[in-house]
Design a protein around this ligand. Structure first.
Ligand code: SF4
Length: 89
């Protein structure tokens, strides 16, 4: 699996830490604890974490400095907030 951010054309992706030559995109989806830790470290220091989280890129792995479970929780909270703002459930 590859990092979904890698091949997109968005301008902010030019500054994405995960696009650096020394970074293996597989780390962002890895089952290996050490590789996930490397990805989180890189991701946590990325200058475009907000743009990444606000983008429509699927949260299938580590992104925005958050791990998969944190990303799912953040997405769930954002959906609930959006429903409340729109007057839904
Ligand atoms: S926040 Fe993480 S996944 Fe998103 S662009 Fe930066 S390094 Fe890549």
């Amino acid at each position: 699996m590859t990092n979904p951010n890698r091949d997109r054309g968005d301008e902010w992706l030019e500054r994405a830490a995960c696009r650096a030559e020394h970074v293996d995109p597989e780390w962002f989806f890895s089952a290996d604890k050490l590789e996930r830790r490397w990805a989180l470290e890189i991701c946590g220091g990325c200058p475009v974490t907000l743009e990444c989280l606000a983008s429509d890129v699927d949260g299938l792995g580590i992104r925005g400095g958050l791990d998969l479970e944190e990303n799912r929780r953040a997405a769930r909270n954002a959906r609930q907030r959006a429903r409340r703002v729109r007057g839904g459930a």
